[in-house]
Design a protein around this ligand. Structure first.
Ligand code: KPL
Length: 356
């Protein structure tokens, strides 16, 4: 361990003396494009490097005119002030600020391809849906001392028009905060990551605000519930977010799912003896949040439905699967969530027009 620390100290000194404010971005799906574009068009943009983990992404980048295009409220805006890099084994070069916008299922693998370029002076922002990704990355990374981790919770609705072209269909907001890991002290205390946080918060199109680590966990749990309702239900009923809850049977189904989610969350040890938890995670409060996001992102196709339509595996194990797993740990049965997971995995589609 001493050797590792000495090594890290050396790298850290070199890195601090060459700080450039550069932000690397791994994962150029819808959310990655939104982050990159909004950072690139801000008043004082940071240098940005897009990390491509496949050769064909480089080819697609060329075909797309080496620019990212985001359409919002019918207006097309493009940005091209990026450097790009193909991630290759053995490549080095310190990464000071990293945004990991890969799909939950690909995150551990994608992160491991660049982890040797991070030091304890690096700031890493994870943007994934669901819960448990940072823990998974930490336990599989084998880094002797971890970089500083941030997590963001995004409720914007974004869908793809093709490589490097997306529609920002639902304008909502982002919460960003420092991730606290049990038994893993933060390497640099409170000032860590402030540059990356400030850059994101000062991008108007991201509508991001900084929150405390305690609030971050609570917002993450609320977002988990939003994704556990809207995403799988839009898959089963094959519809846009806004078409879901004007049908009585779907509303009833959501009630059953929410009752399980609410009970599990209220029993989570990480919420401690928080007197607010019971009311904040009541079925009624959670329902209000879900309906609000469904309305704000009404025209959006949920990320899970986009995955199913594209034949990709979904993130359901990190969303409803997380609720079921935590329920089991607390002795709470989540039969409706289990059934929903099964239906999504079997690709069962009802179609919203069939539900009165
Ligand atoms: O996060 C989302 C997703 O699709 O994954 C919502 C907020 C439901 C927007 O579609």
């Amino acid at each position: 361990l001493n050797d590792s620390l000495r090594g890290i100290g050396r790298v850290t000194f070199r890195a601090m003396s060459t700080s450039s404010g550069r932000i690397h971005l791994l994962g150029v799906g819808n959310l990655g494009r939104l982050f990159a574009h909004e950072l690139a068009i801000q008043h004082n943009p940071p240098p940005i490097t897009l990390l491509f983990h496949r050769q064909d992404l480089l080819d697609e980048w060329g075909k797309a005119g080496k620019k990212i295009e985001i359409t919002a409220a019918g207006v097309v805006s493009s940005s091209s002030n990026y450097d790009v890099e193909l991630v290759q084994p053995g490549q080095d070069g310190f990464i000071e600020n990293l945004i990991v916008a890969t799909k939950t299922l690909n995150t551990v693998k994608a992160f491991s391809s660049i982890k040797h370029r991070l030091t304890l002076n690096s700031s890493v922002l994870f943007t994934q849906n669901g819960m448990g990704t940072i823990e998974e990355v930490t336990s599989s990374s084998g880094l002797p001392m971890r970089p500083h981790y941030l997590q963001s919770i995004t409720s914007h609705g974004v869908y793809s028009l093709g490589p490097f072209r997306s529609v920002h269909a639902g304008f909502a907001n982002i919460a960003i905060g420092r991730a606290v890991l049990p038994g893993q002290p933060s390497p640099r205390g409170q000032l860590a990551c402030q540059y990356l946080i400030d850059k994101i918060v000062s991008s108007p199109g991201l509508a991001a605000k900084e929150v405390t680590p305690k609030e971050l966990v609570r917002l993450q749990l609320e977002k988990l519930v939003v994704n556990a309702m809207i995403n799988p239900l839009t898959v089963i009923f094959d519809c846009k977010n806004g078409e879901l809850f004007n049908r009585r049977p779907i509303f009833h189904l959501m009630g059953l799912l929410l009752a399980e989610a609410s009970q599990v969350i209220q029993s989570l040890p990480e919420l401690g003896a928080d007197p607010e938890a019971a009311s904040r995670f009541s079925v009624e409060k959670l329902e209000t949040i879900v309906l609000d996001v469904a309305e704000k992102t009404a025209k959006n196709t949920s990320s899970m439905l986009q995955d199913v339509r594209a034949g990709r595996p979904t993130e359901i194990d990190y969303i409803n699967g997380y609720i079921v797993k935590k329920g089991k740990e607390q002795g709470i049965e989540c039969k409706t969530n289990e059934k929903l997971i099964q239906l999504v995995k079997e690709g069962e589609v009802v179609g919203v027009q069939d539900v009165k």
